[in-house]
Write a protein that binds this ligand. Structure first.
Ligand SMILES: Cc1cc2nc3c(=O)[nH]c(=O)nc-3n(C[C@H](O)[C@H](O)[C@H](O)COP(=O)(O)OP(=O)(O)OC[C@H]3O[C@@H](n4cnc5c(N)ncnc54)[C@H](O)[C@@H]3O)c2cc1C
Length: 324
């Protein structure tokens, strides 16, 4: 194990929107810190077309992620890329961060503070065609990619608020939208959408270009270079049906990358709970971006939180005292 015995001011976990922004702020305040990240760019790099980053009318997530990285590197920031954090151990007034890469090389960092900016990953359908057509008609972010399907036919998969909101949004963009729920249309399942808010469901059911497919188990996304349809099994008749579509919005939940976090309190969804200055319940541990319990998962919000977390760390370090 290669050990870094020095006590760092800060370890930043993640090198995308929140982590890179925190790194830029930390570097400009001359903190002694390291960024540890599984990859550079995270979900930002996978965000496809980006048209809501203020100041730039159109860019891609890949380009934006590269720009964030370039900006951080311009301050000579140390980024230990390829290392996944497996554990954060609490010591008296500092933390030990343990990380490992894909070939089993381990690193250990001792640090006064930590910013967790490890993001989330979408829950997958795990069916044929999903991975192959990701970014080619399959998306996990309707807010981001929905406008690309203007005048087309799409299907949103899911039964919660996120799926209903995706369908509502697509109803205003696409010509025809299917909402595919695994639940039957019964009173017990609140009309097939048990986890969605009534007011949203009412609105949805009033729309002419929306069709809800109940009791359906999606089995395959079809397409050669781009999505052209999907197959599903009717849970009652067990019949396999196929419908032609241009895009699939998967909204069956997001999973925060927070498994390695024990000390800081999390909510039921495993998001790290933070206050308005990005402090967690654990002294010296801060969190920023999609991994937190802030409801809106967007690049501009994650960068803002990265900046907030770094400034809060500086405040924390100003009051930090070595053990006597
Ligand atoms: C398809 C798609 C399109 C999108 N389009 C847009 C858009 O157009 N506009 C917009 O504003 N938002 C968009 N989003 C949302 C946006 O991508 C996120 O809000 C943003 O990426 C959050 O940034 P983050 O830094 O919090 O996390 P992430 O981007 O998820 O980055 C997390 C980082 O942490 C690292 N990491 C994770 N676990 C560990 C670990 N254990 N140890 C070390 N490192 C770890 C990862 O490697 C990564 O570098 C889109 C999302 C998706 C999926």
């Amino acid at each position: 194990m290669s050990k870094q015995p020095e006590l760092l001011d800060l370890v930043i976990i993640g090198a995308a929107a929140a982590g890179s922004t925190a790194a830029i702020y930390a570097a400009r305040r001359n903190l002694n810190f390291v960024v540890v990240s599984k990859d550079i760019g995270g979900e930002v790099a996978l965000s496809g077309e980006v048209e809501n980053w203020p100041g730039i009318i159109h860019t891609t997530g890949f380009e934006l992620a590269q720009d964030f990285h370039k900006h951080a590197k311009s301050y000579d920031v140390q980024i230990d890329e390829g290392f996944g954090v497996a554990e954060i151990k609490q010591e008296k007034n500092y933390h030990i961060v343990l990380a490992e890469n894909s070939i089993g090389k381990k690193k250990e960092y001792q640090t006064k503070s930590v910013i967790i900016a490890s993001g989330i990953h979408p829950r997958k359908l795990s069916i044929q065609g999903e991975n192959e057509l990701k970014g080619k008609g399959v998306t996990y972010c309707t807010v981001c990619d929905g406008p690309l399907f203007k005048g087309k036919t799409t299907a949103t998969i899911g039964a919660g608020n996120s799926a209903v909101e995706s369908t509502l949004m697509m109803a205003g963009i696409a010509s025809k939208v299917y909402l595919v729920t695994k639940y039957p249309d019964t009173k017990e399942t609140k009309g097939g959408l048990p986890k969605a808010e009534d007011i949203l469901v009412k609105k949805l059911k009033s729309l002419d270009n929306v069709e809800i497919i109940y009791n359906a188990n999606i089995t395959e996304i079809v397409g050669d270079n781009f999505v052209s349809g999907f197959k599903y099994e009717d849970n009652d008749s067990k019949e396999i049906k196929e419908l032609p579509i241009d895009g699939v919005m998967v909204h069956i939940g997001m999973i925060p990358n927070s498994n390695f976090v024990e000390c800081a309190e999390k909510n039921n969804a495993k998001e790290i709970k933070i206050d308005f200055i990005c402090q967690t319940s654990c002294p010296g541990i801060f969190a920023a971006g999609d991994v937190t319990n802030i409801p809106y998962k967007q690049i501009s919000i994650a960068t803002g939180q990265g900046a907030t977390a770094a400034l809060s760390v500086i405040n924390y370090l100003n009051r930090w005292e070595p053990e006597s």
